[in-house]
Design a protein around this ligand. Structure first.
Ligand SMILES: [Zn+2]
Length: 151
C-alpha cells in the first residue's frame, strides 16, 4: 500500500498565507481533486523540508546545471538544520561555487523548504493542471512550488 500527495509550498520558504486564504485554498484544492482522502494545510514555526519521497532522483546546480553529489547535499542538510528547523544559509555549490540556499537547488522531482504547505492525500487526478496551480497562487497570494510525493 503506497500513498501519493500533491503538495504546494510558497516559493518563499518563510511565507505563511493568512488563515482566510488557507481556507479558500483548501476548498479550491478539494474541488480540483474531489477524490482526495484529505486536503489540509500545515503550518510550522520553523522551516521544514518538504520532500518528494520516492520520486526524488537527483539534484542539479541552479547555476551550471551540474549534478550535485548526494553526499555533499547530506552534509549541507545536516549543517543547515539547527534547533529543529532549517536556516537556509547561502552556500557555495561544489561545482562552480555559485551561491544558493538548499531551497534554490534544482531538485528532480521538485522538493523544497517551507513553513506552510497545502496538501492533498491520494488525490487520484494524476497531475494538477497548470491552471489549477495558477488559481491556487492567486488565492494564496504567492508563487507556489508543486511537489509530488510518493511514499
Ligand atoms: Zn554549478
Amino acid at each position: 500500500m503506497s500513498d501519493n500527495w500533491i503538495i504546494l509550498i510558497p516559493e518563499d520558504p518563510r511565507l505563511v498565507p493568512s488563515g482566510d486564504r488557507n481556507d479558500r485554498a483548501i476548498a479550491l484544492l478539494k474541488s480540483l481533486a474531489p477524490q482526495s482522502e484529505k486536503v489540509e494545510t500545515a503550518v510550522s514555526d520553523l522551516i521544514r523540508f518538504v520532500d518528494a519521497g520516492e520520486n526524488f532522483q537527483r539534484i542539479n546546480c541552479p547555476s551550471c546545471n551540474s549534478q550535485i553529489d548526494n553526499e555533499w547535499w547530506q552534509e549541507q542538510m545536516s549543517d543547515d538544520f539547527v534547533d529543529g528547523g532549517f536556516l537556509l544559509k547561502l552556500r557555495d555549490t561544489p561545482c562552480c561555487k555559485a551561491t544558493a540556499t538548499l531551497h534554490e537547488l534544482r531538485y528532480d522531482w521538485a522538493q523544497g523548504f517551507a513553513k506552510f504547505s497545502l496538501e492533498a492525500m491520494n488525490p487520484n487526478i494524476g497531475e494538477l493542471p497548470e491552471s489549477g496551480v495558477r488559481d491556487l497562487e492567486s488565492v494564496l497570494g504567492c508563487p507556489l512550488r508543486l511537489i509530488y510525493c510518493h511514499l
